[in-house]
Ligand binder design. Structure first.
Ligand SMILES: O=C(O)C1=C[C@@H](OP(=O)(O)O)[C@@H](O)[C@H](O)C1
Ligand SMILES: C=C(OP(=O)(O)O)C(=O)O
Length: 422
C-alpha cells in the first residue's frame, strides 16, 4: 500500500540548522572513477542512499570491492572487471548512464534492468555511442545486455545529448580506460545541465586525466591512468534546497552547514534563485543561511542548467505573490517522471493554475487547499509536496519513502527541522 505522509504545517517561521548528507552526483562519479583507478581509493562522507547503494552494488557485481570504512566512508579497491553480472539501475540516471561504459570494459555478459519507470528514461543514445566505440550491446533501453570483451577501442563519436547531460558524463568517466580515449561531439539542441558535465571534467582532471573541453560541445579525454581518490564528498546542494525553501516559504531562517565556497554542483544556483524570490541569502564559514521574505516575489527564470531544482522552485512559485515562468526545462519530461506534467497535475489538484509550455511551466498562484500529492516515484516531487504542506494545511504526500533515492531519512530531517521552530 502506498504510504501516506501528512505533510506537517509549519507551526511558525521555520528556524533551524540542517546538516545535509553528501552529493549524489559527486558520490556516484567518485565510485566510478575509483572502480577504474590504478589503486584503492577512500571516499569520505559519501551519500548513502538508494542511488549510491545501487551504484556501489553495480560496481561490486563487476568484481570491484566497495567496503565500509571508518565513519561511513567507502574504501574502493579496483579489480579486473568481469561478468556475468546483473546490474539493477533502480531509477538512477547516473547508474543507467554511467555504468554501461564500465561494463563495456569488463569481460562477459552484463544484464541491465531497473524500475518500471526507468525503462521509459532516454538511454538509446549512450548505447548507440558505445556500439560505435566498439561495444557489443543488445537493446536500446532497459533491459539490455552488454557483452564485454575486457577492452574497448574508443575513438570519436557524435551524439545528440539534448535529452540529458549524463550521456556525455557517462562516456567521459570511463574514457581514460578506452584504448584510444574518446572525443565526444554533441550535435543538436543545447545540452542541459552543463554544470554536471563540468563536474565530470573537473573530477577526471583531479584524478590526473587529460581532458580538453575548450571547444564548445566537444570533449576530448586522453587514454591514461586514473589516480586513486582520497576525497571528502561535499553536501548535496540540490537536496539542501527543500530545507532552504522552508525558510523562504515561512519567513524563517535556515542554515545548511558546510556549503562549499567553490563547487561544480548545480544546486549552488539556489543562492541566486532564492535571492530573486525575495529571500536574503548569505554564505559564511558557518554555511549558507537563507531568511525568507514576508511575501515571495514571482520569478521568470531559465532553469536549463539546473533542471533538478525545478520541483523546489515550482513549489515556491506556487506560493508567490504573482505569476511565475520557468523556462528551458523540456528535458524534465525524461527525468524520474515527466516532471512538467507531474507538477502541473499535482498543483492544479490543490487548486493551482499551472500550465505547461513547450519548454516549461507558467505558475499562477491561487489559494491552495489540502489533498493528496502524488509523488510519481520521484524524490523531488515528494519534497515539493512537503514544501507546499508547510503553508497549505491538509497536503498528504503519497510515497514519501521515495525520497530515499537521494536522502536516507527525509521525513526525520524534516521533523527535526520543524521541532525547534514551534
Ligand atoms: O550527472 C548528474 O549527476 C546529473 C545530471 C543531470 O541530469 P540531466 O542532464 O539528465 O538533467 C541532473 O538533472 C541529475 O539529477 C544528475
Ligand atoms: C534527475 C535526477 O536524477 P537522476 O540522477 O536519476 O537523473 C534528479 O535527482 O533530479
Amino acid at each position: 500500500m502506498t504510504q501516506l505522509w501528512p505533510a506537517p504545517v509549519a507551526p511558525a517561521a521555520v528556524r533551524a540548522t540542517v546538516p545535509v548528507p553528501g552529493s549524489k552526483s559527486i558520490t556516484n562519479r567518485a565510485l566510478v572513477l575509483a572502480a577504474l583507478a590504478e589503486s584503492p581509493s577512500t571516499l569520505r562522507a559519501p551519500l548513502r542512499s538508494r542511488d549510491t547503494e545501487l551504484m556501489a552494488g553495480a560496481l561490486r557485481s563487476l568484481g570491484v570491492e566497495v567496503q565500509d570504512g571508518p565513519e561511513g566512508s567507502w574504501q574502493v579497491t579496483p579489480t579486473a572487471l568481469r561478468g556475468p553480472a546483473e546490474v539493477d539501475c533502480g531509477l538512477a540516471g547516473t547508474v543507467m548512464r554511467f555504468v554501461p561504459p564500465v561494463a563495456a570494459l569488463a569481460s562477459g555478459r552484463i544484464t541491465f534492468d531497473g524500475d518500471p519507470q526507468a525503462r521509459q528514461r532516454p538511454l538509446g543514445t549512450v548505447l548507440d555511442a558505445l556500439r560505435e566505440l566498439g561495444a557489443d550491446i543488445d537493446g536500446n533501453a532497459l533491459p539490455f545486455d552488454v557483452h564485454g570483451t575486457g577492452k574497448l577501442a574508443g575513438g570519436a563519436v557524435t551524439i545528440d545529448a539534448s535529452a540529458s547531460s549524463q550521456f556525455v558524463s557517462g562516456l567521459l568517466l570511463s574514457a581514460p580506460r578506452f584504448e584510444q580515449g574518446v572525443v565526444v561531439l554533441h550535435e543538436g539542441s543545447p545540452v542541459p545541465s552543463l554544470p554536471h558535465i563540468e563536474m565530470t571534467v573537473s573530477m577526471l582532471r583531479a584524478a590526473g586525466v587529460d581532458v580538453d573541453d575548450q571547444e564548445p560541445n566537444t570533449w576530448r579525454v586522453a587514454p591514461g591512468k586514473i589516480h586513486a581518490l582520497n576525497v571528502e564528498i561535499e553536501p548535496d546542494l540540490s537536496n539542501a534546497t527543500p530545507f532552504l525553501a522552508a525558510a523562504a516559504a515561512t519567513g524563517g531562517t535556515v542554515t545548511v552547514p558546510g556549503w562549499p565556497a567553490q563547487t561544480t554542483q548545480a544546486g549552488d544556483a539556489i543562492r541566486h534563485i532564492l535571492g530573486q524570490l525575495g529571500a536574503q541569502v548569505q554564505r559564511t564559514t558557518a554555511g549558507l543561511t537563507v531568511t525568507g521574505p514576508e511575501e515571495l516575489t514571482p520569478i521568470d527564470i531559465d532553469l536549463h542548467d539546473v533542471g533538478e531544482l525545478t520541483p523546489t522552485v515550482a513549489a515556491l512559485a506556487a506560493l508567490a505573490a504573482g505569476r511565475s515562468r520557468l523556462r528551458g526545462i523540456a528535458h524534465l519530461r525524461g527525468h524520474e517522471t515527466d516532471r512538467l506534467a507531474a507538477l502541473q497535475n499535482e498543483l492544479n489538484k490543490l487548486g493551482g493554475a499551472v500550465e505547461q509550455t513547450p519548454d516549461g511551466l507558467l505558475i499562477e498562484p491561487r489559494p491552495l487547499s489540502g489533498g493528496n500529492w502524488h509523488s510519481y516515484a520521484d524524490h523531488r516531487m515528494a519534497t515539493a509536496g512537503a514544501i507546499l504542506g508547510l503553508k497549505v494545511p491538509g497536503v498528504v504526500v503519497e510515497d514519501i519513502a521515495t525520497t530515499a533515492k537521494t536522502i536516507p531519512d527525509f521525513p526525520g530531517m524534516w521533523a527535526a527541522m520543524l521541532e525547534g521552530s514551534a
